[in-house]
Design a protein around this ligand. Structure first.
Ligand SMILES: Cc1cc2nc3c(=O)[nH]c(=O)nc-3n(C[C@H](O)[C@H](O)[C@H](O)COP(=O)(O)O)c2cc1C
Length: 312
């Protein structure tokens, strides 16, 4: 269905990547994504490397399909995770939040496929120079950690695609077949989904966060910390609004009780990361259903466009 460089390099049928998300991107979710023919990813941004190692081991029992690991460089202090990833049969790695020169050569020497996450053209060109196999190009409408100098996917994706030859996975605002088709039209060969994957049945976090995404309108998120690093897009809760225009505090201080947010469902205990695409998510659904429908609808949109606008 999707014969391109992303499906070939990742060894998957459907070019959808489940986003790396601290505590969320773990084996129950990642295995469901890989078993549905797409690419499940295990996170390291929680910094809980012992738990991460265990999750990677668990994946072997939950799927025989390819899966990947994200190395969130600014949050991973212990370099030995690279050797662990290499030594445990992981073939695909995305690196993010740091210099692409830090791990790319080591991972490539071990014959892994490496994509680097970039929020700007400058970062994209630097990653290509570092020798990555591909890029995850991330627009600012996405949830989670963001470039404070925000650029939307609609602008950033075709710009980067016009300047690099490596394959691109687009991130930020992708949720269904129509947006997936748009990503392919803008120069990508796959999409990465975060918020959509948070609001799935297999996502291991508390239902209150998932329901808050379902209830959120398209205006229901806010980009915080433009004045401090990291900038982060979160649901527009009462707590989040106290940080919106306050440049004297770093919003990440509000994540001190994050476990109560993630696992006890207390939305006042931290800032629930989510993207603007929350406004287009109207139900919590099983992963396989989401991926299957995205793939079919994407091809339907492309076929419909070809029918309506046949080449002259
Ligand atoms: C709940 C949540 C947590 C996230 N955590 C991380 C993270 O730890 N590391 C990272 O590189 N990106 C993180 N992201 C960003 C995603 O990797 C992804 O690029 C983004 O969600 C794509 O946009 P979307 O939310 O519109 O799908 C997170 C996103 C969400 C929604």
């Amino acid at each position: 269905m999707f014969a391109n460089r992303v499906t070939a390099l990742l060894g998957v049928e459907i070019p959808i990547v489940q986003a790396p998300m601290g505590y969320i991107a773990r084996s129950p979710l990642a295995a469901a994504v890989s078993n549905a023919g797409a690419m499940g990813i295990i996170e390291t941004s929680s910094g809980e490397l012992d738990a991460v190692r265990e999750e990677i081991r668990r994946m072997r029992n939950l799927t025989d399909r390819p899966f990947g690991v994200n190395i969130a460089q600014n949050l991973v202090r212990d370099d030995s995770i690279v050797d662990f990833v290499v030594g445990n049969g992981v073939r695909f790695v995305t690196t993010s939040a740091g210099d692409p020169n830090r791990f790319t050569a080591r991972l490539k020497d071990a014959d892994l496929t490496v994509f680097h996450v970039v929020p700007s053209l400058r970062a994209a060109l630097k990653a290509v120079d570092a020798g990555v196999d591909g890029l995850v190009v991330e627009g600012s409408e996405g949830g989670g950690f963001k470039n404070p100098k925000d650029v939307s996917t609609m602008v950033l994706l075709p710009l980067v695609a016009s300047r690099v030859d490596v394959p691109i996975i687009a991130a930020g605002g992708f949720v269904d077949g129509r947006t997936m088709a748009a990503a392919l039209a803008l120069g990508a060969e796959g999409v990465q989904m975060g918020t959509r994957m948070v609001a799935t049945a297999e996502s291991p976090i508390h239902d209150n966060w998932k329901q808050a995404i379902v209830a959120a309108p398209e205006t229901g998120t806010v980009l915080l910390n433009r004045h401090a690093a990291p900038a982060v897009r979160v649901l527009r809760t009462e707590l989040a609004e106290t940080y919106e225009f306050d440049t004297t505090r770093n919003a990440m201080e509000a994540m001190a009780r994050h476990r109560d947010l993630y696992f006890a469902g207390d939305l006042t205990a931290g800032l629930p990361f989510a993207g603007q695409v929350s406004g287009r998510i109207d139900a919590i659904r099983p992963v396989a259903e989401v991926i299957d429908e995205c793939a079919r609808d994407c091809l339907d949109v492309i076929a419909d466009l070809a029918r309506r606008y046949p080449p002259a």
